[in-house]
Design a protein around this ligand. Structure first.
Ligand code: NDP
Length: 234
């Protein structure tokens, strides 16, 4: 069964690992990218999720080429870390605008066809930081915690239509996002992780694919930690 899958921010990092994992399983995978050359092997649509018009255009292209999106992985996200004292309103709103409102835009647009089909799988990529907080990450943590309330509300709204909505909350994963950290910051993080290492993007991808599989048909409104034990039940 080859499904129409969309992974936002599927051009690099965790999103690319997720996109590859679905493609390897035989699904038709579309990814969004904003600039540069997207990776080969996917239907790459140019789309900034802060722009509703670009989201609409991206969906039209995917629907034309792959059919309506059956599995949506809302992965695109940004950080703009700063202590509260120095955090500008723009630092705060821009992170919310991408991570939370951007996710709202892509989920709302996917939902239309899923409701019609009376089935669908939605997976949102949150973060352990959304559950535990992180000094210097009030904007990011607020956006990622917001995704949990968003997903659980939708799980209630859409469950009777056979649409599941779940959250994956990764810990620290080796990508561009964490490569900006200093060696000292990385060492401090690893000390707090029971599994004593960063995750590889593929280790997040496997949980996402499980949540989108038939085996996970009775799981909705869940938050699955993929954090090496860092969050420990939060
Ligand atoms: P990267 O910084 O490597 O990649 C971020 C992705 O998001 C890129 O594809 C980027 O596209 C895309 N993106 C950002 N803003 C927008 C936007 N406005 N519109 C469309 N796409 C956008 O991050 P990761 O792969 O590490 O992170 C992926 C997700 O996982 C994020 O939501 C992140 O918060 C979350 N996460 C990451 C963790 C980590 O340790 N790395 C831990 C927990 C959660 P472009 O290439 O165009 O910039």
């Amino acid at each position: 069964m080859s499904r129409s899958v969309l992974v936002t921010g599927g051009n690099r990092g965790i999103g690319l690992a997720i996109a590859r994992s679905f493609a390897e399983a035989g699904d038709k995978v579309a990814i969004t990218y904003r600039s540069g050359e997207p990776p080969a092997g996917f239907l790459a649509v140019k789309c900034d999720i802060t722009d509703s018009e670009q989201v609409e255009q991206a969906y039209k292209e995917i629907e034309e080429k792959h059919g309506p999106v059956e599995v949506l992985v809302a992965n695109a996200g940004v950080t703009r870390d700063q202590l509260l004292m120095r955090m500008s309103e723009e630092d705060f709103t821009s992170v919310l605008e991408t991570n939370l409102t951007g996710t709202f835009r892509v989920v709302k647009r996917a939902n239309r066809a899923m409701l019609r089909a009376r089935k669908g799988r939605i997976v949102l990529i949150s973060s352990v930081v959304g559950l535990m907080g992180g000094a210097g990450q009030a904007n990011y943590a607020a956006s990622k915690a917001g995704l949990v309330g968003f997903a659980r509300s939708l799980a209630r709204e859409l469950g009777s239509r056979n649409i599941t909505v779940n959250v994956v909350a990764p810990g620290f994963v080796d990508t561009d996002m964490t490569r900006v950290l200093t060696d000292e910051q990385r060492e401090n993080i690893v000390k707090q992780v029971p599994l004593a290492r960063y995750a590889q993007p593929e280790e997040v991808a496997s949980s996402v694919r499980f949540l989108a599989s038939d085996e996970a048909a009775y799981i909705t409104g869940a938050v699955i930690p993929v954090d090496g034990g860092l969050g420990m039940g939060h």
